[in-house]
Write a protein that binds this ligand. Structure first.
Ligand code: IMP
Ligand code: MG
Length: 327
């Protein structure tokens, strides 16, 4: 068994969906697994020139790779069917490829109603927090309890260990390490873990781990109630040029320079060996380059790249990438 993991190193929206979609092109993977979160996620994917936003369904469906909504996920059934329909009408064969772990949890109407009242965290109102709370309070409903889902249900142990002769898994993370309930900006976090441990918790043999793809944007963004964006025209420019609106809720994403301290924490704690900086083109157009913690403004893109290479390249392979394509 081989496992590669794609995780976000910031506050979500780093471009994980795009990277997962790109990595699947090599045809090596037998499975693609979403391992955390629910439909609070929004992965913007460009497939054959079409822009498609996925929320629960792993990007494997675009390549006829078995795509599992894993045991670590929570799932809203109505939204799932909408997503299946949307992808199916875009010509994607979802029904043959989509699988749902029988022990994934269900987001109920009550969860949605409760989350709709949130006004302290700035949640996506997807029912995520209440669904995970009920999971851990041992009163949740699981996918295996829902008759309608039967055609999709799988036992992840059977699927990963007693099916294919050789299993090669790509784990598609949602959210980002700074939204992790333990390691993020608590309480301004999501309700499922967002790092490699969360991926492994989906029944993955830890010794099968090969690559950890850590995804960052070349600047920070955040959506939620916390005040995040400093004063300054440059941040408004980044927001505008980067089209920084939430893929799930349409809210404006607050922007800041790349936070080195947070990035390093996420990098070392997750054993990242492949590091991608996305959306380089945005700062190219804005024409300014900087970091915080430590605070530094660079004279040029080249200077910033050299700085990042000096910090990270002893430990990981670094890639600089552009939106929307992963190059
Ligand atoms: P929840 O996950 O909907 O409960 O939201 C908790 C916090 O995580 C809020 O600040 C959300 O904006 C943020 N969040 C949740 N999912 C995502 C995501 O996929 N991208 C960016 N932010 C997210
Ligand atoms: Mg997103």
């Amino acid at each position: 068994m081989i496992t590669d993991i794609v995780i976000g190193l910031q506050h979500g929206d780093e471009g994980k969906g795009k990277v997962t979609h790109h990595l699947l092109k090599n045809g090596e993977y037998t499975h693609c697994i979403r391992f955390n979160g629910g439909q609070n996620a929004g992965h913007t994917i460009y497939h054959n020139g079409d822009k498609i936003i996925t929320h629960a369904i792993p990007a494997g469906v675009f390549f006829n790779v078995k795509s599992i909504i894993g045991s670590g996920c929570v799932l809203n059934i109505d939204k799932l069917y909408n997503e299946i329909d949307k992808l199916t009408s875009a010509g994607v064969d979802v029904r043959s490829n989509l699988k749902i772990a029988a022990n994934a949890h269900i987001i109920t109407e009550e969860h949605l109603n409760e989350d709709a009242k949130d006004n302290s965290i700035g949640t996506t109102k997807s029912g995520n927090g209440p669904a995970y709370r009920d999971k851990y309070a041992r009163r949740g409903v699981r996918a295996g309890d829902i008759g309608d889902l039967r055609p999709f249900l799988i036992d992840m142990v059977e699927e990963l260990y007693y099916g294919n002769e050789k299993t090669a898994v790509l784990m598609e993370g949602a959210q980002g390490f700074w939204l992790d309930p333990d390691w993020g900006d608590y309480p301004f976090v999501t309700s499922s873990h967002c790092g490699v441990a969360a991926a492994i918790q989906n029944g993955i043999n830890p010794r099968s781990l090969r690559n950890v793809w850590g995804i960052a944007k070349i600047y920070e963004t955040y959506v939620g109630k916390r005040s995040f964006q400093p004063e300054g025209e440059v941040f408004e420019n980044i927001q505008r040029v980067g089209k920084e609106y939430g893929a799930t809720t349409g809210r404006v994403r607050q922007c800041n320079w790349l936070n080195m301290k947070q990035l390093l924490h996420a990098f070392v704690m997750n054993g990242v060996n492949k590091l991608i900086f996305n959306k380089m083109d945005v700062l190219q157009e804005v024409g300014e380059w900087g970091i915080i913690q430590p605070d530094q403004i660079f004279n040029s893109e080249e200077q910033m790249r050299e700085y990042l290479e000096s910090v990270f390249s002893p430990h990981a392979e670094i890639f600089f990438s552009f939106s929307p394509e992963f190059v």
